[in-house]
Design a protein around this ligand. Structure first.
Ligand code: PXP
Length: 248
């Protein structure tokens, strides 16, 4: 299977909220993240990722339901393990759910989930989602103990946090890459499927291709940023062309 591209469209909603936070579902509210998702799909996205945060800073509940209804590929709902958000996920029945840690003061998701510390709470949520037929992924750092814990939780996928790799320079960068290689290998041996994301862009994504067994990359900020200059369809198509170079 070729490397799939999940396009995270949160920042289309971020832009809308910058002007229309008081009335994000009003007729004037633009840009519409669902329209962005449909353009991304048409340009080759294999799925659409959207994060419903507890503070609703970008995506709104209605966006998530509209995405589920409108997408022809799949909705990957990113979310923290908070009861209110879990209830929405169970209602929306997203194809995929990626559980992430969430901290109200962060600008973006900062670290991976701690599957060891939150084992009991995660077990309940993973079970409920899987019972619905949702494919569950856990966003974790490439840490051997976390990968074992994700396997114990019977997740379908892990999404390896690539933020530390993306931010590292010099020898730290190759160290981070090696951690991702080891993490993907360990996950594969434990029967977990492997996605990756965070901080990936047009410059660094090919470097990541030494990491084996990757099924899907989830990329948001870089694609939406490039879209300002090239249009969203070209920005997605260009990233998709890079993904096509992943050695199988
Ligand atoms: N994957 C996860 C789990 C994330 O939390 C994010 C950020 O929302 C992304 C991927 C996309 O990150 P970026 O916007 O840096 O491409």
């Amino acid at each position: 299977m070729p490397l799939r591209l999940g396009v995270n469209i949160d920042h289309a909603a971020t832009l809308r909220q910058a002007r229309y936070a008081r009335d994000p579902v009003g007729l004037l509210a633009e840009p519409d993240p669902v329209e962005a998702a449909l353009i991304a799909e048409k340009a080759g996205a294999d799925g659409i990722t959207a994060h419903l945060r507890e503070d609703r800073r970008h995506m709104q509940d209605r966006d998530i339901f509209r995405l589920k209804e409108s997408l022809r590929t799949k909705l990957n709902l990113e979310m923290g393990n908070a009861p209110e958000i879990v209830a929405i996920a169970l209602q929306v029945k997203a194809h995929d759910v990626c559980l992430v840690p969430e901290n109200r003061h962060e600008i973006t998701t900062e670290g991976g989930l701690d599957c060891l510390a939150h084992q009991t709470a995660l077990q309940t949520t993973v079970g409920k989602l899987r019972d619905l037929g949702t494919v569950v992924s856990l966003f974790i750092d490439p840490d051997p103990d976390q990968i074992c814990a994700a396997a114990d939780l019977r997740a379908d996928y892990i999404e390896l946090h690539t933020g530390a790799f993306a931010n590292a320079t010099g020898s730290a960068r190759s160290r981070e890459l090696q951690r991702l290689v080891a993490g993907a290998t360990q996950a594969h041996e434990l029967g977990l499927r492997v996605n990756a994301g965070h901080g990936l862009n047009y410059q660094n994504v090919s470097e990541l291709f030494v990491v084996p067994f990757m099924a899907e990359l989830n990329i948001g900020h870089a694609i939406i940023s490039r879209a300002l200059f090239t249009g969203l369809a070209d920005a997605v198509a260009e990233m998709k062309a890079l993904c096509a170079r992943y050695p199988l």
